[in-house]
Design a protein around this ligand. Structure first.
Ligand SMILES: *[C@@H]1O[C@H](CO)[C@@H](O)[C@H](O)[C@H]1NC(C)=O
Ligand SMILES: *[C@@H]1O[C@H](CO)[C@@H](O)[C@H](O)[C@H]1NC(C)=O
Length: 220
């Protein structure tokens, strides 16, 4: 009898805990989603509107051409091809996307974060120096030199980078744990915002001479 009561209490507690666990709001899939009372001017909700499943086709789950090298003739010497829900509509609500990154010799994918995704990267060719930095107050740097076949994890939200150490091209593929991982490139967000952040703010924040801030704001 006592055993039965204990079991019942445990079962009720478990049910309560699991109902609390599933009572949270869904994670955001974009930077923000301002509420509307009428839907006349709605663009999208958290994620996208869903197609009637009866109308779905294999092409909704398909992309072709990821084997082709991308053009890396830009200032950074890198090129990211992201296959998110905008490229493959069948990814909607599935918490996953894919990226190919091409690097010219000494090409850089500069410090950036994905606010909504952990990234799992595998090097297909070349040699990459990669790293991420933990949040405050430690700001610990974790780095690794990766060769073909090596895999590295960039935890969600942390600032990270990939740099081609070699004299040859490098190529990597990443899985990302969101249909829309989001991308914040640190230098662009800070020095290239539109409109610009006040130079007074940046001068103090980065302990820089105002001329340097003005220079950086022109660069980005
Ligand atoms: C918007 O609201 C109207 C009226 O409530 C409804 O008929 C229509 O299907 C809605 N459109 C979408 C895209 O939800
Ligand atoms: C990336 O490569 C594609 C195809 O080669 C090209 O169209 C695009 O402009 C490149 N992007 C950058 C940032 O260089």
């Amino acid at each position: 009898m006592m055993k039965g009561v204990h079991f019942l209490v445990a079962a009720v507690l478990l049910a309560l805990v699991s109902s609390f666990a599933s009572a949270s709001d869904p994670s955001p899939l974009q930077d923000f989603c301002v509420a509307l009372n009428d839907n006349a001017s709605a663009v999208f909700v958290n994620g996208k509107f869903c197609k009637d499943p009866k109308l779905a086709t294999a092409d909704d789950f398909f992309f072709s051409g990821l084997q082709n090298p991308r053009n890396t003739e830009n200032q950074l010497g890198s090129n990211v091809t992201l296959l998110n829900v905008d490229m493959i509509p069948g990814l909607n609500t599935l918490d996953i996307s894919l990226a190919r990154i091409d690097f010219a010799p000494y090409g850089l994918n500069p410090p950036h974060t994905h606010p909504r995704a952990t990234e799992l990267l595998v090097v297909l060719e070349g040699t990459l120096y990669v790293g991420f930095v933990t949040s405050n107050p430690d700001n610990r740097l974790f780095t690794k030199v990766l060769n073909a076949g090596d895999v590295f994890v960039f935890p969600v939200g942390l600032v990270h980078f990939q740099f081609n150490l070699g004299k040859t091209n490098a190529v990597s593929i990443s899985g990302l744990s969101s249909q829309n991982p989001g991308l914040i490139t640190i230098a662009n967000a800070v020095f290239g915002s539109n409109p610009p952040i006040s130079a007074d703010v940046l001068t103090k924040a980065f302990q820089l001479d105002k001329n340097v801030v003005n220079y950086l704001q022109r660069r980005f």
